[in-house]
Write a protein that binds this ligand. Structure first.
Ligand code: FE2
Length: 240
């Protein structure tokens, strides 16, 4: 395979398998083999009949790729569709949050990220769960030496996103890659949010469901309760 013309300025450890898909600073992955994915799921269901395995997809920045996202969902028969944001457009080019954190004031990156998430939620209805609203915090710790991340510093921006999400009757994911912030779950309840999902964003099998017990306790403390099946969304109970 031809070497990319221009490699990204910074490449995260563990993502080296994506390197062949970079050219001129842009990641252009191969087309997802939807049928192969669904066939694989079915093979897993056949092999482990006691497990309930649902299909799903996380759409990154789907508001910038409306037609591709629509085509994928139409082809995929996915049971759960997540939407998320991992970067911003800078001079017409996608810039990953990890990279922006090195180049800009981190507080500015967080605010710009949340403003773009608000646009994602407002302009794109194709997903039913907003994933990892705290995504930039993964890089905060690497670039901010002055103290831990405090979500209350960005309360207005978080509440704006959560208000939009709640008014469109969708769910918020509690992502356990980091320890979840109780304030964000509380703001979700106060926004009128009715549903929660849990995601460990594991990427590797032995990290699956990391932190779920603590996340479940957090959700319960804000009045969310599980459904009948383990894979059901948790919903807010009106009378506590
Ligand atoms: Fe993601």
């Amino acid at each position: 395979m031809a070497r990319p013309a221009k490699e990204p300025r910074r490449f995260r450890a563990g993502s080296e398998h994506l390197l062949p898909y970079y050219a001129d600073g842009m990641l252009t992955p191969a087309q997802l083999d939807v049928n192969g994915y669904l066939d694989c799921l079915q093979a897993c269901r056949d092999k482990f009949p006691d497990l309930r395995i649902i299909s799903g997809v996380e759409l990154g920045e789907p508001h910038w790729h409306a037609q591709q996202a629509t085509d994928l969902i139409a082809a995929g028969r996915f049971e759960l569709v997540l939407g998320s944001l991992h970067g911003l457009m800078v001079d017409g080019q996608f810039a990953e949050v990890a990279q922006l954190m090195q180049e800009r004031r981190p507080t500015t990156v967080i605010r710009d990220y949340l403003l773009e998430v608000a646009r994602l939620v407002a302009n794109c209805q194709i997903f039913s769960v907003l994933a990892h609203i705290d995504y930039p915090v993964r890089y905060w710790r690497q670039h901010v030496r002055s103290g831990p991340f405090d979500p209350t510093q960005f309360e207005d921006e978080y509440r704006h996103v959560l208000d939009l999400l709640a008014s469109s009757d969708r769910a918020l994911e509690i992502n356990t890659r980091l320890n979840p912030y109780p304030a964000i779950v509380r703001w979700w309840r106060e926004a009128g949010g009715q549903a929660i999902t849990f995601g460990s964003d594991a990427h590797v099998p032995n990290a699956l469901a990391t932190g779920f017990a603590d996340a479940a306790a957090l959700a319960e403390a804000e009045g969310f309760r599980p459904g009948r099946a383990p894979e059901d969304l948790w919903h807010r109970v009106l009378h506590r």
